[in-house]
Write a protein that binds this ligand. Structure first.
Ligand SMILES: Cc1cc2nc3c(=O)[nH]c(=O)nc-3n(C[C@H](O)[C@H](O)[C@H](O)COP(=O)(O)OP(=O)(O)OC[C@H]3O[C@@H](n4cnc5c(N)ncnc54)[C@H](O)[C@@H]3O)c2cc1C
Length: 389
């Protein structure tokens, strides 16, 4: 890597939280050269988090999720999609045909929604960006029924919002809702609430196929068919790495980086596009907000300070809101382990849970409808406490 003090021109490909955070960290660290952010989107950086919640529900306007640009000290070029990278000559190729040179590159191109429709099929909805919500919202306002494919946190948030909009909602997944992320106990809490709200939850162990000759109008699983006015898929995301295909360091899948978020000489990456390889060889991608922020910080510092930059500790923290449950999770919840219930109030649907490994160490904690500083929850995820009776 070139030394940070020699860099004059850092380019960031991406236009969301990882891109913006890395630019801000570069300036906070005193980087005095040019910073150019190239975003494929036509609108200024915004948070995706409320898209499936308040914005889809129509209780917050599209302008409410704009990310604050605390510094106008860098150039943001909108509607500029990178389509190629020549890392030997340090040049990015744009869709417009233009080229942009850099001496340091931050890859923050995030991910896009995975889709299930076959070529020629139209009408499958997803929620990844503002345009998706602009397309889906009017459809939900005239529709009576919706099938949500995928019962991860995004699918359950969409289902919850659709219930509030008065639709008949079916959720279908290979697994029980949120089981992988929340474990059996907390998943059951969400399922109880969703079912009480009228959501029909179906399990399709072999997956589903979208049906509809031209326009998608339902799903098929096994021998069964479910028709609906609207079909929304929330079946995961695909890292946006195609534009890196011609570079010398490129592999399939997410962009693999080391623990300082370094991908290659003079190139770092952060956020949903990146997966960190730890010294044991484990490669993990954590596509959540806090992780994007944390990696963006490490990536910017690595570009400036190389191997002296701190490593990006994985942040196993995320939150979700569905069916009037505000859930925050720290750590990795072990699937079938029954948590210690530290607090429970059925009137307010409040819970504070802690998961303890067989060796007695705490491995995860979660709060439901309970205001609590994240650091306190983090501590609970690592320090076993004796449950109060
Ligand atoms: C609907 C929704 C709700 C969510 N809710 C939560 C939540 O409640 N809690 C939580 O922890 N996380 C949540 N997340 C996840 C969180 O939003 C992501 O982890 C975060 O947005 C990742 O940020 P990022 O900057 O890495 O990537 P992204 O947000 O994907 O941004 C990537 C940016 O790069 C641009 N780009 C892509 N390709 C190119 C290219 N070739 N050239 C130039 N620009 C390009 C894109 O247009 C975009 O601006 C949610 C995500 C979604 C979609």
């Amino acid at each position: 890597m070139m030394s940070g003090s020699k860099r004059r021109n850092i380019v960031i490909v991406g236009g969301s939280i990882a891109a913006l955070t890395s630019a801000q960290i570069l300036r906070a660290e005193g980087f005095g050269g040019d910073i150019t952010m190239l975003s494929a989107e036509a609108c200024a950086p915004y948070s995706r988090v409320p898209l499936s919640k308040a914005i889809l529900a129509g209780v917050a306007g599209h302008d409410t999720c704009a990310l604050p640009l605390s510094s106008d000290d860098f150039e943001i070029r909108l509607d500029q999609r990178a389509v190629g990278l020549d890392d030997r000559n340090r040049v990015i190729h744009l869709l417009s045909g233009e080229t942009v040179s850099y001496d340091g590159l931050i890859v923050a191109s995030g991910a896009r929604a995975r889709r299930l429709s076959r070529p020629g099929q139209r009408g499958e909805h997803v929620i990844r960006d503002m345009d998706d919500v602009r397309t889906l919202s009017p459809r939900l306002r005239t529709a009576r029924s919706v099938v949500v494919v995928g019962a991860g946190f995004l699918g359950m948030e969409i289902a919850s919002t659709c219930v509030k909009l008065g639709l008949t909602v079916t959720v279908i997944d290979r697994d029980p809702p949120l089981r992988r992320l929340l474990g059996e106990y907390l998943s059951a809490v969400v399922v109880d609430r969703a079912t009480a709200a009228g959501v029909r939850i179906l399990q399709a162990p072999d997956g589903v196929e979208l049906i509809g000759t031209e326009v998608v109008d339902g799903v098929r699983y096994g021998e069964h068919t479910v028709r609906a006015d609207v079909v929304v898929s929330a079946v995961g995301d695909i890292p946006n790495t195609e534009w890196l295909a011609g570079s010398s360091f490129r592999n399939e899948g997410p962009l693999v980086v080391d623990q300082r978020c370094i991908a290659a000489n003079d190139i770092v990456a952060a956020g949903d596009v990146a997966a960190i390889k730890d010294p044991s060889g484990t490669v993990a991608r954590l596509p959540h907000w806090n992780n994007a922020v944390r990696q963006a910080r490490s990536a910017a510092l690595a570009l400036l300070h190389g191997d002296e930059a701190p490593i990006a500790e994985p942040d196993h923290y995320f939150w979700t809101e569905a069916f009037d449950l505000q859930i925050k999770v720290c750590g990795l919840i072990p699937g079938s382990t029954v948590p210690v219930v530290l607090e429970r109030n059925d009137d307010t649907n409040t819970l504070l849970l802690q998961w303890i490994a067989p060796n007695g160490t705490a491995v995860a904690a979660a709060s439901v409808n309970r205001k609590m500083p994240v650091n306190k929850l983090r501590r609970l995820a690592h320090e076993a406490v004796v449950a109060s009776s």
